[in-house]
Write a protein that binds this ligand. Structure first.
Ligand SMILES: [Zn+2]
Length: 133
């Protein structure tokens, strides 16, 4: 990602999104990327020592979440990809004994802001994708 792309990304974030990014994802980036993001965050008025307070303030707003919102950070910024998964239905357990194996596809969303992965099969299917503190 060149500098103008990372600048465009961070500048498209609201303050709470920058705070969540800093808290949950900063450690996964390479050092130059981390420094760039911290500098861009400062430009947007988000200092590292304010991150927890900004997150707390956002979560206390009782945002009504739709299917588009990440349940952890409430952002609607995500990218998605389609993966193949095994069909674990009861009928397929018998079908597979005679070699008829169905493969399902499913859309998986990754929250750009906090890194949470969303499995679209179920409403409550969000699960942690990246380890975080
Ligand atoms: Zn998120």
């Amino acid at each position: 990602m060149n500098n103008s792309k990372i600048e465009n990304l961070i500048n498209s974030f609201e303050k709470f999104e920058i705070a969540f990014l800093l808290k949950h994802r900063l450690a996964e980036f390479m050092k130059p990327t981390q420094l760039k993001i911290v500098a861009l965050a400062l430009n947007k008025g988000v200092q590292l020592n304010e991150v927890d307070a900004i997150i707390q303030e956002r979560l206390e707003q009782n945002i009504v979440l739709s299917a588009e919102n990440c349940p952890r950070c409430t952002s609607n910024k995500y990218f998605s990809h389609v993966i193949e998964v095994d069909d674990v239905s009861k009928s397929n357990q018998i079908d597979s004994m005679v070699g008829e194996v169905r493969v399902l596809t499913q859309e998986v969303r990754n929250c750009i802001v906090c890194g949470l992965e969303h499995d679209k099969r179920s409403r409550w299917g969000w699960k942690q994708f990246f380890r975080y503190k």
